[in-house]
Design a protein around this ligand. Structure first.
Ligand code: AMP
Length: 398
């Protein structure tokens, strides 16, 4: 059974075709510059040269049409016909409060996705456009949506409510939703499998550290708190996002510096984080190189990032009343031993002890804590596409 996983951005689209009988990726690809001059599709199949199509793509429908053509292409494809795609799984960023798990697409779901646009005005519209385009091209293929927010719907009110007038929650849905749910769910399930324990008996902190970063406290398999909030801006400092700050800074910037809403949004989302502090880059590799070469602001950016991750790990141990496992995942979490070690340094009192030699690992499943460390620390590469495919398969089978 082949599942096509689609993740639509505003001008890009990522896809993977996964054979679920073997849980094997048959093809993966990226379409860039949709609706802009220079549209390009790049498809990769294990053991073959890249297949590149440079062709005008006016919209997401054009892009998805080309994806399907690339998958069935006689020379470069992996399928004989589109009929070999049993179902499509779509990643959708915001599922609001209604969905605490993935769902099959129907008219009611589509209507609700539209309602969620106000909660994620940048992310949900391209997701919806991608679904509509797919539905038009594959009207008889079942499709599911997998939400970034769904996994966090188990958070108690005491975690997800902001201390604002309660009406703002009731009337305007202002609350913490949390994101990266598919990733946190995948790596927590995987680490339980690796250590041979049931999720229901574990207290886990998952650290998804990439360009966007979030941490989640997972108690007995359920998200009880997470660092991203109403939007993906809350939490630790990120590539270009500020993370937590005193909300009075925002009104100060607007009043005293005369920033408009748009400029303020741009400042907090695109010009802050490790990029804003270092002035070097949002890419951790560039910042680390600059820091090694003595750039003090780059060093400071890394220090701030790591300090905040550490604080969240500590606070989530407190929230769960203990800690059994810490998991690092995503670009930085999987590939950056220095950051992992620095985030855990000083947490020995909680029972976290990193083994520097074992920690010298990149991009693969590994235990990186000392043998006698009370808390186990793991690197678990995330696989959001596989998680989306699994959820989709489960829904289709039901
Ligand atoms: P993601 O958003 O999960 O794709 O992660 C992207 C981030 O991972 C970028 O900031 C990269 O610099 C970072 N990253 C990837 N490889 C490494 C590495 N070897 N060392 C440090 N950071 C890395």
């Amino acid at each position: 059974m082949n599942i096509l996983v689609i993740n639509c951005g505003s001008s890009s689209l990522k896809y993977q075709l996964i054979d679920m009988t073997k849980e094997e990726v048959l093809a993966k690809g990226l379409v860039e510059r949709i609706g802009i001059e220079g549209s390009i599709l790049t498809q990769k199949v294990e053991g073959r040269d890249k297949y590149v199509i440079e062709q005008k793509m006016a919209d997401h429908k054009d892009a998805i049409k080309l994806v399907l053509e690339a998958l069935v292409d006689k020379e470069n494809g992996v399928l004989k016909s589109m009929d070999e795609i049993s179902a499509v799984g779509h990643r959708v960023v915001h599922g609001g409060e209604k969905y605490s798990s993935s769902v099959l697409i129907n008219d009611e779901v589509m209507k609700y996705l539209e309602e969620c646009v106000k909660l994620a005005p940048l992310h949900n519209p391209p997701n919806i456009i991608g679904i509509e385009a797919c539905k038009a091209l594959m009207p008889n293929t079942p499709m599911a949506v997998v939400f970034d927010t769904a996994f966090h719907q188990t958070m108690p009110e005491s975690s997800y409510l902001y201390a604002l007038p309660y009406e703002l929650y009731k009337e305007h849905n202002i609350r913490k939703y949390g994101f990266h749910g598919t990733s946190h769910k995948y790596v927590s399930a995987k680490v339980a499998e690796v250590i041979g324990k049931d999720l229901s008996e574990l207290k886990i902190v998952t650290c998804h550290l990439g360009n966007g970063s979030s941490l989640t406290a997972i108690k007995n398999g359920k998200s009880i708190d997470t660092s991203m909030g109403f939007t993906p801006l809350e939490g630790v400092a990120m590539g270009t996002r500020s993370g937590d700050l005193d909300p009075a800074v925002v009104t100060f910037i607007m009043e005293e510096l005369g920033y408009t809403v748009e400029q303020t949004n741009e400042l907090l989302n695109k010009k802050s984080g490790v990029f804003g502090i270092s002035g070097v880059s949002s890419d951790f590799r560039d910042i680390e190189t600059a820091a090694e070469n003595g750039n003090a602001r780059a060093q400071l950016a890394l220090e701030i990032f790591r300090y905040r991750v550490k604080k969240y790990i500590g606070s989530y141990a407190a929230a769960m009343g203990g800690l059994d496992v810490v998991v690092f995942t995503a670009g930085v979490g999987e590939n950056d031993p220095f950051t992992r070690e620095a985030c855990c340094k000083g947490l020995e009192f909680l029972g976290i002890e990193i083994d520097t030699a074992k920690n010298n690992v990149r991009g693969k499943i590994a235990e990186i804590s000392k043998e006698n460390s009370r808390v186990k620390v793991f690197v678990i590469p995330t696989d959001e596409e596989m998680m989306i495919a699994k959820d989709t398969l489960e829904l289709v089978r039901k």
